[in-house]
Design a protein. Structure first.
Length: 93
């Protein structure tokens, strides 16, 4: 078994996360649009609609920041692995 395996399934850590995250986020977006369509025109739910939209915007910002952080973590991890290989090579000299 590869030490990079997450749970013995053969998938490396993080292989499934972005795909799942993207599909889950798309489903949330569809649900949001459906709920919003049901709220439009109902004056008694105007405050709820405004708060719902505010929370949705915050979720979208958070999701985008998460994607950027995951990308940065992967870049840094690659850099660490490369530097570790260089150190290993240097120690052999």
């Amino acid at each position: 078994m590869d030490p990079a395996d997450d749970d013995g399934t053969g998938k490396k850590n993080g292989d499934e996360e972005p795909e799942f995250s993207a599909s889950a986020f798309e489903a949330l977006e569809r649900d949001f649009q459906e709920v919003l369509a049901n709220l439009v025109g109902d004056k008694s739910l105007e405050r709820f609609r405004m708060e719902y939209e505010k929370l949705h915007r915050a979720l979208k910002r958070s999701h985008e920041h998460e994607r950027k952080l995951i990308k940065k973590v992967r870049e840094l991890n690659t850099e660490i692995v490369n530097n570790a290989a260089k150190v290993h090579t240097a120690l052999k000299l």
